[in-house]
Design a protein around this ligand. Structure first.
Ligand code: NAD
Ligand code: FES
Length: 281
């Protein structure tokens, strides 16, 4: 059992941070790796890339968006409650190295995944520009942490309520025009990663993306997380989650992520209805 030691709601309660007691995982985990969590015996296995780890405290931090039944169940867990299972660290860590000028681009909750990578790249002596975006000001997360983890931070909102009015790709284009960029890391919704890589391809800049494929076992056995990279089938859980963005088939990934949308919607509605009934009883 893995106790929740700290809990915070962000982005109007649509995003939740949990600091979880998991010393063995904290000792081994590296930026870019993920854990699989299960709330209870019958719970669904949910993969989440770690937003932080603390070896001294023996904790791992995950930040998730509440999108369906399982994340709604996670949200109901409070400080002192336990996840039944936290498995990890899983996946390949980010290959962090000193390259020169690096741009880290994050959209929505993808910023949580981007944060430890941004910090690691800065610690290695890279000159790091960061761009984070959200639909509106209230949905932005980790602005202060991303500011500290980079040399310059650009904030974008789709509705212009804060920072640059527009997408993260607008600001990325300006930076690609201004600087000789050695690496771009783009993490967020699939359309964002697709358009980040389209843009960087024009400037011939290496681009890493983190793929949030559907996963079951997380150890390369079920094939659920398969993605096409450079025309080859790869498993996001063991070969990734990070890949060369210029090689990824984003349209296939988007299609596979949509495969269970109706079932996910029905399960979430049923769960919300049952919660309401138990509150009324
Ligand atoms: P969102 O749709 O609100 O987009 C966030 C930002 O991404 C936007 O503000 C914009 O700047 C940029 N963006 C979106 N579409 C774009 C486009 N077509 N072109 C250029 N930029 C674009 O994001 P959200 O709903 O807060 O994020 C949730 C999504 O992020 C979910 O789909 C989730 O699965 C995904 N996610 C991915 C990872 C990962 O590891 N890749 C991690 C966490 C969440
Ligand atoms: Fe099963 Fe990757 S999650 S093979």
């Amino acid at each position: 059992m893995f106790e929740i030691l700290k809990r915070e709601e962000m982005a109007d309660g649509t995003v939740v941070m949990n600091e979880i007691n998991a010393p063995q995982i904290a000792k081994k985990a590296k930026p870019g790796q993920f854990v699989i969590l299960k709330a209870n015996e019958q719970g669904e296995r949910i993969p989440l890339t770690m937003a932080d780890t603390n070896v001294k405290k023996g904790t791992v931090t995950v930040i998730y968006q509440v999108v369906g039944k399982s994340t709604a169940l996670f949200k109901s867990l409070q400080v002192g409650d336990h996840y039944q299972d936290v498995i990890g660290p899983l996946g390949q860590p980010t290959h962090l190295e000193k390259l020169g000028n690096v741009v880290c681009v994050g959209g929505g909750t993808g910023v949580a995944v981007l944060y430890p990578i941004t910090r690691g790249l800065k610690e290695l002596g890279n000159n790091v520009a960061a761009i984070i975006g959200a639909r509106t000001k209230d949905l932005l997360i980790l602005e202060d942490k991303m500011k500290a983890a980079s040399h310059e931070l650009h904030v974008c909102t789709d509705d212009g309520s804060y920072g640059h009015h527009g997408f993260v790709t607008d600001v990325l284009k300006d930076i690609l025009e201004r600087d000789n960029v050695d690496l771009v890391v783009g993490i967020g919704p699939v359309p964002m990663m697709k358009f980040v890589t389209k843009l960087t391809a024009d400037y011939h800049v290496k681009t890493l993306v983190s793929l949030n494929a559907i996963m079951v076992d997380g150890t390369g056995m079920c094939g659920c997380c398969r993605v096409s990279v450079g025309g080859k089938t790869r498993f996001a859980c063991v070969d990734g989650p990070e890949f060369d963005g210029h090689q990824v088939d984003f349209d296939e990934l988007a299609q596979r992520l949509d495969a269970y949308k109706n079932e996910e919607k029905r399960a979430h509605e049923k769960y919300t209805h049952e919660c309401k009934l138990s509150q009324e009883a």
